[in-house]
Design a protein around this ligand. Structure first.
Ligand code: NAD
Length: 477
């Protein structure tokens, strides 16, 4: 008896229902052994007043099935609505966003001809942790949070993905010339894990030149692993360069759950017209079939789809000048008619290997004990006073345990002998150093500062780990 795999299906908004119907029709014709369970997520839920965009029934289905096929969702602007994508990624622990990008020249126009790369983007941390503050009238902070565990998980996933899918090289993109502690840790972990996979080549780029190279010579890349924000940007660059915005699918993988989708949005401008290209979602569904082990059906669908593209079956978004434009239904039929055929010139499906690793317990170094020493404190104050007055109070608030070192503004030392202060400054950092500092020592300095008329708004303790500085020096320190 054939075992059917239950899949939670989200039809989405805008063109979502049209491309989902097309995708499911092709999967059914190809003999996919899946049992769709439809749930309302997105506008339907927002209209019921559910600000997360996900109904209770949808959560129950997701928790039961653990596999989600999702069409794009419209996030209403303003009004406190949360992005469903971010909610799902975070609540389901979908730590890895995987986006294969290919070109289909000469059938689909692109800026480069032989692109075949995969971007593995960390999906839960970085600036997307959503930790932001307005700390003074003039100063705004978005916290970039990385963890060693999260980094090990994504980097190891990228190498396992490469190994399981016959990929030759993994490239890392970071900005550790500037962010030496956070991005520096990501790079260090990358090098450590790369050494465990000697059969796979590895290299690293500073993210700005790395992205420029993706735009200028994408063929040199194979697998790219990077942080959340850089991954977001480089994924869009890669799909634009390859001309595959309407064609590419992606997967979001966690230890327990997995979600598959198109990379594009809900295209409200063409919704309801029956002209949308279902290819992105269909390719997302192919990744899903691979993930659930239905390699035969995945290959059948992918090969038929590529053959249709080769045979000139094109929707308006990818049609070349002068060629016939198909609507969604006609394109769907084109693919169905080619099930069982293989492409003539473009590469046919290769069976993608599921990444089988125990992702829940992947951080090998997370349980290592470190020697942690409390060696100082940064006290941030909100003040429109003159720098000289602030510095005097800071110096007078030093204690036997914590000696005053400097005042900085926007990361730059401004006292003593410091750089220029911006005219609108109201957010200052007072740095104190000591040995074997206790939080009680910090409280003393805080109350002295406050007594002398400075309002502190936050503090950051300074620690050394195994003798290494766990904080950055100020510019000019
Ligand atoms: P979009 O990707 O929806 O559309 C950009 C352009 O590409 C439009 O001109 C559109 O007509 C065209 N396009 C996109 N997909 C197409 C397809 N399959 N066939 C033919 N043409 C297609 O981007 P947008 O306009 O910035 O976003 C619209 C909405 O989608 C927003 O509410 C946004 O929040 C949401 N969105 C959702 C997801 C998701 O659910 N994963 C991703 C991105 C954007």
């Amino acid at each position: 008896m054939t075992t059917m795999v239950p899949v939670t299906v989200i039809k989405g908004d805008g063109i979502g229902p049209e491309i989902m119907d097309a995708t499911l029709e092709i999967l059914k014709a190809a003999g996919a052994r899946i049992e769709p369970e439809f749930v309302g997520v997105g506008l339907e839920a927002y209209e019921k007043g559910i600000s997360s965009g996900v109904t209770d029934e949808a959560w129950s289905s997701i928790h039961k099935n653990k596999i989600i096929l999702k069409a794009p969702i419209t996030t209403p602007q303003g009004g406190g609505y949360k992005s469903v994508n971010v909610t799902m990624r975070k609540s389901l622990g979908l730590f890895s966003n995987v986006r294969p990008t290919q070109t289909f020249e000469p059938y689909v126009h692109s800026k480069h001809s032989n692109v075949d790369l995969v971007i593995v983007r960390e999906n839960e941390e970085d600036l997307y942790a959503g930790i932001e503050y307005q700390v003074t009238a003039n100063a705004f902070q978005s916290v970039k949070l990385l963890t060693r565990g999260g980094t090990e998980r994504i980097v190891r996933y990228a190498f396992e993905y490469a190994k399981n899918n016959g990929r030759k090289k993994v490239s890392c993109m970071v900005k550790d010339n500037i962010m030496k502690i956070g991005d520096g840790m990501f790079h260090k972990v990358f090098k450590e894990i790369a050494a465990e996979y000697p059969e796979i080549e590895s290299d690293s780029y500073i993210v700005d030149i790395g992205m420029a190279k993706v735009a200028a010579s994408p063929e040199i890349f194979d697998v790219i692993v990077t942080l959340n924000l850089y991954g977001d940007i480089v994924s869009d660059i890669a799909s634009l360069v390859a001309g595959s915005v309407g064609l590419a699918g992606s997967m979001n993988i966690g230890a327990e759950y997995a979600m598959f989708e198109a990379i594009h949005g809900s295209a409200p401008d063409i919704a309801g017209q029956g002209i949308a290209n279902p290819s992105g979602l269909l390719n997302g569904a192919v990744l899903m079939l691979e993930h659930i082990g239905q390699h035969d059906v995945a290959a059948k669908v992918y090969n038929a789809w590529v053959k249709a593209i080769e045979d000139g079956c094109h929707t308006g978004d990818v049609a070349q000048k002068g060629s016939k434009v198909l609507n969604t239904k006609e394109f769907t039929q084109c693919v169905i008619e080619r099930l069982g055929q293989e492409p003539s010139t473009l590469p046919k499906a290769t069976s993608a290997g599921k990444v089988a690793m125990n992702m829940a317990n992947v951080c090998r170094s997370c349980h290592v004990q470190h020697k942690k020493e409390h060696v100082g404190v940064d006290i941030f104050v909100d003040s429109k006073k003159d720098l000289s007055e602030i510095a005097t109070i800071a110096e007078q608030s030093a204690t036997e345990k914590l000696s005053f070192k400097l005042v900085s503004c926007r990361g730059l030392k401004v006292y003593p002998d410091g750089g220029l202060v911006a005219p609108d400054s109201d957010f200052w950092r007072l740095r104190y150093y000591g040995q074997d500092v206790l939080n009680g020592d910090v409280y003393k300095v805080l109350s002295l500062i406050e007594e002398k008329g400075l309002s502190w708004v936050k503090i950051e303790n300074l620690y050394n780990y195994d003798g290494e500085r766990g904080y950055s020096l100020c510019q000019g320190e």
